[in-house]
Design a protein around this ligand. Sequence first.
Ligand SMILES: Nc1ncnc2c1ncn2[C@@H]1O[C@H](COP(=O)(O)OP(=O)(O)O)[C@@H](O)[C@H]1O
Ligand SMILES: [Mg+2]
Length: 371
Amino acid sequence: MNLQASRGDGFLRTDQLVKRFDGIAAVDDVSLSINKGEIFALLGSSGCGKSTLLRMLAGFEKPSSGVVMLGGVDIASFPPYERPINMMFQSYALFPHLNIWENIAFGLKREGMPKPQIDARVAEMLKLVQLEAFSKRKPHQLSGGQQQRVALARSLAKKPELLLLDEPLGALDKKLRERTQFELINILESVGVTCVMVTHDQDEAMAMASRIAVMSHGRVLQVGTPKEIYEHPNCRFVADFIGNVNLFEGELTVDAADRCEVTTPWGVINVGHGISGTLGMAAAIAVRPEKIHISKSRPGVTVNLFTGKVLEIAYFGSYNTFIVEVKAPDGWPRTVKIMETNTTRYESSVITWDDQVFFWWDDSAPVVLTQ
Ligand SMILES: Nc1ncnc2c1ncn2[C@@H]1O[C@H](COP(=O)(O)OP(=O)(O)O)[C@@H](O)[C@H]1O
Ligand SMILES: [Mg+2]
């Protein structure tokens, strides 16, 4: 794991940031360090405190305690308009009676920027979001995706040091959202602005962010690159929240430098690294569906090998998903999800419903979770 990347250079820092509403912590002890030029995502389900955290960065919400530092300066006493920060709201909040040009120019005029400079900046912003041809239209004469770009152009017009995006693609439908993700990243990267975005959509966070903070109940559970969070989740919640995962609960029975074993009601699961835990402690084995092999014939392996019956198959074109039922003691997950990439066109039809199958994984595939 790249610890440097995980820690950040501290351009934007929060230290033990807390926000309580009526005694209940909406944001609970959040310490983050974000790099200059980074696209950083706050990811979590609705109500976990993402917007409240973002609003404290913007200055719209006063922290109950804790510190926000930008470029080494404590900005707690700065009102929103004195922070080199701009926030783009989910609703875009465009002025309906102003045309696109005027919407983008609004903040610049209020700042007292001379007219020729405003003209140049608005033209630059319109070019950036590729809406030059639409400058005289009103917001309602644009599509949702175009309105989103106007809101972005307006947010970037004052050249903020930090851009805050609250569910930037939340108002768009799924297909348009996926297309817009890449446009948005391209624009943000071309201006090089540091960006903190909020989303409840894990695919969006994975596609767009250089690093992600996974939040739950006001707390940040893990910070890492999309790959770190996917491959090395630090707790059951993160493993389960990001992507698909099979979790097998058991107890740590061997823990050496280069290997450990977790004993589950299904049998012993072998892992190719140690965890420096305490023998007997509760531990879950997390295995991603695509890291499990499946076959009708017995493979030449003896560890992490199980058998079961195929309950369900779903074809997704580029891959298949199998739900395999395992005869297991009561109280155990009775099914395992396995994903197989379709590398050849005909092979996938070999396994079908009700087949008895073997499934297994390499000892490098699992992650051991004790939290
Ligand atoms: N102004 C407020 N007054 C009281 N409670 C609030 C206020 N703003 C947010 N909350 C509460 O704080 C929690 C986090 O809300 P929010 O930050 O909007 O979550 P998210 O953006 O992750 O959906 C929720 O329980 C919400 O009801
Ligand atoms: Mg929100």
